[in-house]
Design a binder for this molecule. Sequence first.
Ligand code: ADP
Ligand code: GLC
Length: 479
Amino acid sequence: MDVLSVASEVYPLVKTGGLADVAGALPGALAAHDVSMRTLVPGYPQVLSALKKGRQVAEFDDLFGGPAQLIAGRAEGLDLIVIAAPHLYERPGGIYVNELGKDWTDNWARFAALGWVAAELAKGLVDGYEPRIIHAHDWQGAMAAAYVAFGGDSQTQVVVTIHNLAFQGQFGAEVFPHLRLPDAAFTMHGVEYYGGVGFLKAGLQCAHAITTVSPTYAREIRTPEYGMGLEGLLNQRGFDLHGILNGIDTDAWNPQTDTALAAGYGASTISKRGVNKLALAQRFGLDQSDGPLFGIVSRLTWQKGIDLVADNVDWLVTLGGQLAVLGSGEPQLEAALSEAAARHPGRVGFVSAYDEELSHLIQGGADIIFVPSRFEPCGLTQLYGLRYGAVPLVSRVGGLADTVIDANTAAVEAGVATGVQFSPVESGALGEAIMRAMNLYGQPAVWSRMQRKGMKTDVSWNRSAEKYAGLYTSLLRQE
Ligand code: ADP
Ligand code: GLC
């Protein structure tokens, strides 16, 4: 079965968050289920330079404002089709934002082009390649569903996956005439959304199936609290909405072989983590300590509850904990973390950066991986934590609720606990959870049992890849 994945980022070529990890891991995971997945990605400079021996398979005189080529090739084990369109993708700055952190003003064209090319490929643009299924990710890929619905091949089935409803790709009505869609598409049954154009909305409206990345988030987004205005549409489409948990790449994330660690280890050699804890403390300028070291690897945004961490830093230190934060994002959150580090030398460290290697060392050295998100579609950092024996302390939302088993008395007695959950997502509840985690840490037998249980949890793609393969198969049958 040929499936065309449509993604605006893919690990290890280009990544701003978990979407890249998922888009990068799915093709390998699906291969075991007889799915051959190629990934359509924008030709950002880092993607073009990674592409080995690419060959041109199509050409456009005018792809949303300039000439472009489609290049097929392999990079880092991925089968790619890359849109080489210098006017859209070859520029300095971020993949979504300019050097000042502002969205590129032509993002509508950059990602409409991505969806449009996907629909053309499904129509047979390239000889010998006719994927019957398009799997589009987030708002950047979602327009593929609209292009298929309004002028694609009627045999093509489109799956749209929501990784984060907070980003919807909303644009003014003035872009509509440039989208290459018939006038009939500008209605509430098409791309129109509150008088403008909504890319994710269009995808959710037109897709044959919708998935999101955990069962709990699939339920949450049908409510006003989490639906970000799209709950009505998601309820209408409830029958076609599925929650399929993310897995992780267990080769890239393997504490036995991870070269970013000071010492490799497994579930039976967990004490070697101490070497990594030392290396981590050094890297963050922390004192050597017997207390629990809390680690955070995160985008620093409201979603991730980083302000709640800032509220609780003094408390965490008073109780004897230490904190190492790796992340970048909103200036006021960066400032709050820098101030906390200055207030608590040797106890709190903050590295403002995006650093893949260091993120591994945190998972391999921290005692606790801290994820207090206000909402979390799935979350990958707690899965890395489970695999690395860094006990997750998480809010009880979305995928965090689905992947961590709270250490309540019954779960501890039954030996099934893998972490600590808290709810509601507020400073007070977080403070109590920090204390609960400290108490558990103070009971070495209980703690190491939790670590080992976490390390044995199946966080691979196996089960979920099977679910995606099953979904594709059922779509082909329905067609
Ligand atoms: P989201 O996609 O919402 O940011 P996820 O937990 O799904 O959240 O995925 C985040 C991914 O990005 C993980 O792979 C995490 O390790 C990585 N990450 C986030 N911030 C950083 C950072 N500052 N340095 C390195 N990796 C980071
Ligand atoms: C999004 C979500 C995150 C999820 C990731 C991959 O960025 O915020 O929870 O794990 O996508 O699906």
